[in-house]
Design a protein around this ligand. Structure first.
Ligand SMILES: [Zn+2]
Length: 196
């Protein structure tokens, strides 16, 4: 790669001045975008005791965000295990089924929400996405103190596993669910932890 092309954004990218600096932060000298593993390695550990007690998940801070960085957040405390949702709405906004964790709203703190937009996807729920990069980040039932967070948005997910599948009545025909986790035609109605 020639020197002059080192920091050329991807085709079609339209970065505002603010986004240019974000872009610069995320791009290695080699021109490659930082991966999750890189971000993990670069992470500043604010409190060493968090690292010394990996089993105390309540004390841990999890970071996450969208592809471009216009939505970034920190989560303090416990994350719900992952539930895969195969509903038609998730298929159409995530491009595939969705893998969601969930947190109490007062445990999430936005470092940046300049890209965050909400789409009222039904009478009872809304979905949060990034208007800059198109990432599908959140699902929220209106009036609840709980926020579902798409698992892939988390920089690292330690000790949390997928526990089941919901809304498989809507599952698309092009893929199979080939694990032994519990499956529910619709909601698990509370049978899966934190799913109601
Ligand atoms: Zn974004």
């Amino acid at each position: 790669m020639s020197k002059s092309k080192k920091h050329t954004p991807a085709l079609g990218a339209d970065y505002s001045a603010k986004m240019k600096s974000r872009y610069a932060e995320k791009v290695k000298p080699s021109g490659k975008i930082y991966t999750k593993a890189d971000r993990r390695d670069n992470r500043v550990v604010e409190n060493m005791t968090k690292e010394l007690n990996p089993d105390k998940k309540e004390d841990m801070t999890t970071q996450g965000g969208c592809l471009c960085g216009a939505v970034r957040f920190k989560i303090n405390g416990k994350l719900r295990p992952i539930i895969n949702c195969h509903c038609g709405q998730c298929l159409h906004t995530h491009g595939h089924y969705a893998a969601y964790s969930a947190v109490e709203k007062n445990n999430i703190q936005f470092v940046s929400d300049s890209g965050l937009k909400w789409f009222r996807s039904s009478n009872e729920a809304r979905r949060g996405f990034c208007q800059e990069c198109g990432a599908s980040l959140f699902w929220e039932r209106i009036g609840e103190n709980k926020l579902s967070v798409a698992a892939g948005m988390l920089d690292s997910v330690q000790g949390i596993k997928t526990i089941g599948h919901i809304f498989i009545a809507d599952k698309a025909d092009y893929y199979e669910i080939d694990d032994d986790l519990p499956k529910y035609t619709q909601s698990s109605k509370g049978e899966l932890e934190g799913d109601s």
